[in-house]
Design a binder for this molecule. Structure first.
Ligand code: PLP
Length: 378
């Protein structure tokens, strides 16, 4: 059996996405800036996709600009947002559990004299609103807080936080994991990625609210209204647009409720069948993510045992999988060494079935028991 439970790392593209992209590659290959019909047709496809992204995020008073993905959108929002508002002050507020695309941007800004405050989280990855309030002051240039965490699935109260910010502070939210899985509250800058919603890799977008002007991050031929130069990735853009169209339908058809139910079913079965665990994901979380620590085990070993049975899961965050070492998120949550070492992330999608989860539970139970019995004999 093949069971893919690493949908927070990336997702399988929808068949319709692949077909749309193939068409764009084979037929609509013109340069969207060209003045003849081949170019105009490609330009029309981009316009249609932009509308599909806007429809999914919920129409707001702002514009979508296509980028190469979540990482570029995060870098652009944070670096350009902070620089633009640098006259206001050099203070930035973020959390300790953001994606590396955010945290590494913060490090660059720190080297340029910005003072970054990293909010703490509790044992379920929630931030403390009173700590956020204490950090607010008139010299805050930028706030960057994700809509939902990619390792744990914890959802953040973005609307509440946005309403508390000083009027001229720019608020950015990394919505890469949340897109298509929950209703988003519009803030000043928002980042998205295509491959987390069954679209292609290497394409994403940034939402910029009307009235917020930031300098472009990539300059050149002036595409994307001068906000992101470079000949447009038309196949990627149309694939992303198609994935947004399908995700919007799933969102309104309660597709996420179906995934939530499967996640609850899987979580309860793990709790009933496997002892000495800690469920790290809180009740109020993204429908797709379940993070569990199997105490007295090493997640990397369990992960490879599962792989032998055709099951794909992740230990920590697969986004930073080329980095060895502890997850910065689990560490920030204050988990013990044992809890961190035994943590696995299961991430579901609309393709996940109950049968796949039953099969996974059976293999997982055997892998955990075998690891523990070998460890006991040592
Ligand atoms: N932000 C979050 C929360 C993510 O989970 C990821 C990828 O996993 C990214 C940003 C980076 O997105 P991309 O892979 O499109 O660069």
């Amino acid at each position: 059996m093949f069971v893919y439970l690493d949908n927070s790392a990336t997702t399988k593209p929808y068949t319709q996405v692949v077909k749309t992209m193939m068409n764009a590659l084979e037929k609509d290959f013109g340069n969207p800036s060209a003045m003849y019909s081949l170019g105009i047709d490609a330009e029309k496809l981009i316009r249609k996709s932009r509308e599909s992204v806007k429809d999914l995020i919920g129409k707001g008073r702002g514009e979508i600009f296509f980028t190469s993905g979540g990482t570029e959108s995060d870098n652009m929002a944070i670096i350009c947002g902070a620089m633009k508002n640098g006259k206001r002050g050099k203070k930035i507020i973020t959390t300790k559990v953001e994606h590396p695309a955010v945290l590494e941007s913060m490090k660059l800004l720190e080297k340029r004299g910005y003072d970054v405050k990293y909010l703490n989280v509790d044992k379920y990855c929630n931030i403390d609103i009173s700590e956020f309030n204490r950090e607010l002051s008139d010299d805050v240039a930028l706030i960057s807080i994700m809509a939902a965490n990619n390792e744990i699935g914890t959802v953040y109260p973005i609307q509440d936080l946005y309403e508390r910010k000083p009027p001229d502070t720019i608020f950015h939210s990394d919505c890469v994991q949340a897109l298509g899985k929950m209703r988003l509250h519009h803030v000043d800058l928002m980042s998205f990625s295509g491959h987390k919603i069954h679209g292609p890799k290497g394409i994403g977008g940034i939402y910029i609210k009307k009235g917020i002007s930031i300098h472009p991050y990539i300059v050149g031929g002036g595409q994307e209204k001068h906000m992101r130069s470079g000949t447009e990735n038309v196949p990627g853009i149309v694939g992303f647009g198609k994935a947004c169209e399908i995700s919007r339908k799933n969102l309104s058809d309660d597709g996420c409720e179906k995934i939530s139910k499967l996640k609850r079913y899987f979580k309860e079965n793990i709790e009933n069948e496997i002892s000495d665990i800690r469920v790290n994901t809180p009740e109020n979380s993204l429908s797709t993510i379940l993070n569990v620590s199997f105490l007295g085990t090493k997640s990397e070993v369990i992960l490879h045992r599962l792989e032998e049975d055709g099951i794909y899961v992740s230990a920590g965050s697969a986004c930073s999988s080329n980095k060895k070492g502890e997850s910065h998120v689990l560490r920030a949550m204050g988990l013990s060494k044992d809890e961190i070492e035994g943590a696995l992330r299961f991430s579901l999608s609309g393709f996940t079935t109950e049968e796949e989860l039953d099969y996974t539970l059976d293999k997982l139970k055997k892998a955990v028991e075998s690891f523990r019995s070998i460890a006991r004999r040592r």
